[in-house]
Ligand binder design. Structure first.
Ligand code: FES
Length: 106
């Protein structure tokens, strides 16, 4: 497995509590969330059924699935309540003066 950095550009306009989908990355696309000033990147696909997490809501550090309401910790991808029981994959993301880059394992 290799970790390929994918540059996302300048995400300084992504405010706290906001998220953005990048559809062309990885198998499912990636949703990037900003919480507490920090960026987090997860697969844009619920582990319960097929649903785009980027179409859900970001509540604090929890990403809420739009379909059945499972909540995932943005830092770990671990579900915090039913009906999902399997974590969503998280990806390392770095942000510096050149912008943000996500490292997707693939
Ligand atoms: S598809 Fe996400 S909770 Fe069911």
């Amino acid at each position: 497995m290799s970790e390929q950095p994918v540059h996302l550009g300048d995400l300084s306009d992504l405010g706290d509590g906001q998220m953005r989908a990048f559809h062309d990355i990885g198998e499912f696309g990636v949703v990037v969330c900003r919480v507490g000033g920090q960026l987090f990147a997860l697969d844009d696909n619920c582990s319960h059924r097929e649903a785009k997490l980027s179409e859900g809501r970001l509540r604090g550090g929890l990403l809420v699935c739009p379909l059945h309401g499972a909540q995932f910790d943005v830092a770990s991808g671990v579900p915090q309540g039913p009906p999902a029981i399997t974590p969503v994959a998280c990806h390392r993301i770095v942000e510096d003066a050149d912008g943000a880059a996500v490292h997707v394992v693939g």
